[in-house]
Write a new protein. Sequence first.
Length: 124
Amino acid sequence: MTSLSLSCMHCADPACVANCPAGALSKDENDGSVKVDVNRCIGCKTCSQVCPFDVPQYREEEGTMAKCDLCGDRRQMGLEPACVQTCFNHALKVGPLESLRQEASGRTERKLNETTEVSVIIVE
């Protein structure tokens, strides 16, 4: 089974922030999350057009853009973002980038040191 997260990547240098003509998108200096200020958003969809992951979505009812903000409201209450909490593969993590890199490096090292028995042989 394979899972694919299509949520915001919270880019180091987000094109959506750089190209928003209304200045409605910003990158939080503390946690790196990219957020939409719906009070400033003019609904022009520029952020969606420049996002390499096509993350910002237009909300017809509100006339503004919306996107993942790493569940800022949940994190303020000490909870994990909903995607992290519900990921049954435990593939999604949120935290300081260096800590996540160290954890990922450790996992890779453990996987490389483990052995497995071959169960399929492909003959051409």
